[in-house]
Write a protein that binds this ligand. Structure first.
Ligand SMILES: CC(C)(COP(=O)(O)OP(=O)(O)OC[C@H]1O[C@@H](n2cnc3c(N)ncnc32)[C@H](O)[C@@H]1OP(=O)(O)O)[C@@H](O)C(=O)NCCC(=O)NCCS
Length: 182
């Protein structure tokens, strides 16, 4: 596994995405409907698409994507800050724990906390935001546990399995983060 120290949380470590180490798992997870059912991208990915994505995010200064490792250095998912707008100091976040036995063990919310620390203490961002399908209770609980606040509902925004779903907007501001860490 990776020797890169990365960002250390209570349970997880976030390391930069490396195709040689993380591509195979990405393909397995992003083609598993149980993992992707709540996501915007649910159509499956090819090796070419996934490699292209990994190359692209590494080159851009508006994308920060990490592989999530557990306490034993096992790769269990991905998390990222996307589309950073440097004038508004705004980033959009997403997390996928792809190893299903690792769900509900605190890894997702810990990864979100470490990511917030980096966003506010290193990147000097002002706002992190995330959107979750209305029935994705796991995502909403994890975001709340990490310090995000529920801001509102977007009606019938995602189409999946023949029906429309509302989404819930969550955000954490720098002031929310520093109030928690003080
Ligand atoms: C959503 C996701 C990131 C959550 O990560 P996780 O590691 O499973 O979540 P955590 O263990 O940190 O859980 C945080 C809280 O949410 C609760 N929770 C997690 N999944 C839950 C579920 N499916 N139903 C109800 N509560 C749930 C946990 O019990 C915990 O609450 P507690 O501390 O009060 O017990 C992860 O399940 C995942 O990647 N799912 C598939 C992809 C996805 O939906 N990503 C999010 C897109 S917006």
């Amino acid at each position: 596994m990776s020797d890169i120290v990365g960002l250390q949380g209570e349970k997880v470590r976030l390391v930069p995405v490396d195709k040689r180490l993380h591509l195979e798992n990405a393909l397995r997870w992003m083609n598993d409907p149980e993992v992707t059912q709540h996501l915007v991208t649910t159509t499956g990915v090819t090796p070419g698409m996934e490699e292209e994505w990994m190359d692209r995010v590494q080159k851009r200064d508006s994308e920060f994507v990490w592989a999530i490792l557990d306490e034993t250095n096992r790769h269990i998912g991905f998390t990222g800050i996307h589309g950073v707008h440097w004038r508004l100091r705004l980033g959009t976040t997403g997390t996928v724990i792809g190893e299903k036995p690792a769900w509900r063990k605190g890894y997702g919310s810990d990864a979100m906390r470490v990511r917030a620390k980096f966003a506010f203490e290193t990147l000097n961002l002002h706002r992190l935001q995330s959107e979750s399908r209305i029935d994705n209770i796991g995502s909403q609980r994890a975001l709340e546990k990490a310090g995000y606040k529920r801001e509102g509902i977007a009606r019938k925004k995602l189409f999946w399995g023949g029906r429309w779903y509302d989404t819930v907007l969550y955000a954490m501001l720098d002031e929310d983060y520093f109030a928690r860490t003080r």
